[in-house]
Design a protein around this ligand. Structure first.
Ligand code: FES
Length: 93
């Protein structure tokens, strides 16, 4: 199990390891906007305040999209591309 915390409102969700972060945020009703859900549009950009190492590695689409946005995968991620492998704290930007 892992805990995902949404720092915008301080809420947390307990999830199974490997959970899809997009589904976690949608199920929790956290206000992260989604568009393509394929790492291409950049709509779902988030800041990972803690536990970057507990999210799956960035996908190729994600790295390309973040690069176009002038961002680097790491502290900044695309929520639709992340799997949760441990505790993390995220923030909508
Ligand atoms: S919804 Fe388009 S990149 Fe995540």
């Amino acid at each position: 199990m892992a805990t995902v915390t949404f720092s915008n409102n301080g809420e947390s969700e307990e999830v199974e390891n490997g959970a899809d972060l997009k589904e976690v945020t949608k199920d929790a009703g956290w206000p992260i906007a989604y568009g393509c859900e394929d790492g291409m549009c950049g709509t779902c950009v988030i800041e990972v305040e803690e536990g970057q190492e507990n999210l799956s590695a960035p996908t190729e689409n994600e790295e390309q999209t973040l690069s176009i946005m002038g961002l680097e995968a790491g502290k900044t991620r695309l929520s639709c591309q992340c799997k949760v492998n441990g505790n993390c704290q995220i923030k909508s930007v």
